[in-house]
Design a protein around this ligand. Structure first.
Ligand code: GLU
Length: 282
């Protein structure tokens, strides 16, 4: 794909899932605010161009750490990271995370909604249908769904993926045209060079993809695994550097940003069963 085709392709996408990892909403307040400002204005631009957007965001655990370390008066790094601690931290931090989003999206006039779920919730067809209906209704009302794993009950992402797999699942449930994963590096790197386009993801690529360096659990490996699942479903994905200002705008202008993973055949219209099989769900 050359850059002109890439640009044309991007202009035609309709439904976009954007995934934000814990690292982007952790750290100093000014860093978080800069990131959120850039995110909200880019999403506003996409919506003004008629696109439908869904945001998948981690960060509940890191927000919870901030709260508990200030009330208990101890440093954030003495908090243990066993799963029950992380679950409790997520329960504390989820509303703080939403408060950040409420603050920034109200400034750009975008109403938001919270959706929390885990794979257990959609194992039954009823749960799957209900989730899909909620997304559809919110999108029809032009409300921005903000999704996180329901960490008090589901722990898959706390253990493995910092919501990478969850964002893949959301992309399939809503039939997205692209999943955009914001991370802390320029995309998938081979020999220190960003790979611009990928048609397939090999086992060697997966081995080369390094683990997390920041506060989340995912790393490049779970991002590529998610992209590989989406390839099978005919949904393209991209891994871009969320540390860069207005990265979403730049990506949609095809400004040579990140790694774009493109399926041979787009949108295969998979059934609920086929989608669940891709994620090894019952
Ligand atoms: N759902 C978790 C959160 O919002 C994921 C964090 C992690 O993977 O550590 O913080």
């Amino acid at each position: 794909m050359n850059r002109k085709d890439f640009y044309t392709y991007l202009q035609n996408v309709q439904t976009i899932v954007i995934k934000v990892g814990s690292a982007r909403v952790s750290g100093e307040d000014y860093e978080i605010n800069d990131f959120l400002f850039s995110l909200a204005s880019d999403i506003r631009e996409l919506r003004d161009n008629g696109k439908k957007v869904i945001l998948v965001s981690s960060g509940a655990v890191s927000q919870g750490k901030k709260v508990i370390s200030s009330i208990k008066n101890f440093s954030e790094n003495v908090i243990k990271s066993e799963t029950p601690e992380k679950q409790a931290l997520a329960a504390i931090g989820q509303s703080k995370l939403m408060k950040l989003y409420e603050g920034i999206f109200s400034r750009v006039n975008i109403p938001i909604a919270q959706i929390l779920f885990g794979t257990l919730d959609i194992e039954s067809s009823k749960g799957y249908e209900n989730l899909k209906n909620t997304f559809n209704q919110l999108l029809q009302w032009n409300v921005l769904p903000i999704v996180n794993e329901n960490d008090s009950i589901a722990i898959e992402e706390l253990k493995l993926g910092d919501n990478d797999f969850l964002s893949g699942m959301v992309s399939l449930v809503v039939g997205a045209d692209i999943l955009l994963i914001l991370t802390g590096v320029n995309g998938f790197l081979r020999e220190n060079q960003t790979v611009e386009f990928m048609r397939e993801i090999t086992d060697f690529d997966l081995r080369m993809a390094s683990g997390p360096e920041g506060p989340g659990t995912g790393g490049m490996n779970t991002k590529l695994k998610t992209a590989k699942i989406l390839l099978k479903a005919g949904i393209p994905s991209a891994i871009v550097n969320g540390k860069k200002s207005h990265i979403i705008h730049k990506f949609f202008q095809a400004e040579n940003e990140g790694t774009f993973i493109i399926p041979e055949v787009s949108h295969k219209n998979l059934s609920e069963r086929e989608i669940k099989d891709l994620f090894n769900l019952k």
